[in-house]
Design a protein around this ligand. Structure first.
Ligand code: FAD
Length: 303
């Protein structure tokens, strides 16, 4: 029997969102620069979240592929587009070198929590989209998974059934919604395996930059923020340094616990910032090169 993976054998991926301002773009490039030092398996850029359109995702992914050594994937959703329109978007991403999509249904126009109505002539859910992508080319396809169940799902079994449909349609990796209780993940993974699903279920790790924001978002997307986490971070909310230190410690503890459960891939929600994520990676012992691709000392370039 093999033991838990060594930190150096673990695959990492980092999630970004397209920046809205010049300043935010500069922050993202600094972040990508620092996190490239961990030689991630891939990075991904969200699509359409918060009402944004295709253009900022396309230009961000294109620049990552052009100007960094990072293997950039694009998220893609079914929202507000016919199948033909989605196919045209896929062609545009393919033209800039994208070979990996994170295929998602997307949130309703009214935001997470509102009722979802498929667009007329469009893909109805992520399983259909994954099938469409498989038919369009030899793409790597990742999809979502929900250790605490998607809020629209009647139960975990229905959720896992949808995951199975996504795998049957060509998905080869599932990235989870963030969660804070490793037991939730372990229970979910057991049920996924019992359903005959063998693709890696990659935990989505969210180091907490802002407790109130995470609590609000968790409420909308069906994740829970345990009382112990709020009790640790709440009282130090107005002390940014201490807050960052504790948040990094907690996330590192979570990652170590998952490694002990046999996890060998991690997806980090970076919020386009490197400081907390690199603190977690360093604490766990994920190796990083000393010099970033832009030639700066990675240790001095925290965004
Ligand atoms: P699906 O997998 O299609 O469905 C999710 C669940 O809803 C299913 O498991 C199923 O239980 C239920 N369900 C859906 N359709 C049906 C149906 N017809 N009948 C019965 N049950 C159904 N959103 C963005 O807008 N842009 C992004 O870039 C983005 N990136 C994400 C990345 C990750 C890793 C994750 C976990 C989520 C991301 N999201 C993003 C959020 C995502 O779009 C929402 O969670 C959305 O509500 C569901 O999308 P999905 O792909 O998980 O949907």
């Amino acid at each position: 029997m093999t033991g838990p993976a060594k930190a150096g054998d673990i695959r990492l991926s980092f999630e970004f969102f397209p920046p809205k301002t010049e300043e935010a773009a500069e922050q993202l490039w600094r972040t990508a620069d620092v996190l490239a030092g961990y030689a991630p398996h891939f990075v991904s850029v969200t699509y359409g979240a918060g009402g944004s359109t295709k253009a900022p995702t396309l230009s961000t992914v294109a620049r990552l592929l052009r100007e960094t050594p990072l293997n950039a994937a694009s998220h893609l959703t079914c929202v507000g587009a016919t199948k033909d329109e989605v196919h045209a978007v896929v062609d545009e991403f393919r033209a800039v070198g994208v070979r990996h999509f994170v295929a998602l249904r997307g949130d309703p126009a009214g935001g997470a929590g509102a009722a979802y109505t498929p667009f007329p002539g469009g893909y109805a859910n992520a399983a259909e989209l994954a099938g469409g992508l498989s038919a369009l080319g030899d793409f790597e396809i990742s999809v979502s998974a929900y250790p605490e169940k998607h809020p629209e799902s009647p139960d975990v079994a229905a959720d896992i059934d949808m995951l199975k449909r996504k795998v049957d349609a060509g998905a080869t990796r599932a990235l989870t919604q963030f969660f804070f209780e490793n037991d939730d993940f372990a229970r979910y993974r057991e049920r996924v395996e019992a359903a005959g699903i063998t693709i890696p279920i990659v935990p989505g790790i969210l180091p907490v930059h802002n407790l109130a924001q995470v609590q609000k978002f968790a409420g909308l997307c069906g994740a829970s923020v345990p009382a112990w986490l709020a009790a640790r971070l709440g009282p130090i909310d107005d002390d940014p340094e201490e807050r960052a230190r504790v948040a990094a410690d907690l996330a590192a503890e979570q990652v170590r616990g998952l490694i002990a459960l046999g996890v060998t891939e991690f997806h980090f929600y970076t919020m386009n910032r490197s400081q907390l994520v690199s603190a977690v990676c360093d604490a766990v012992g994920f190796p990083r090169s000393g010099v970033s691709h832009r030639g700066r000392a990675a240790t001095g370039a925290a965004a």
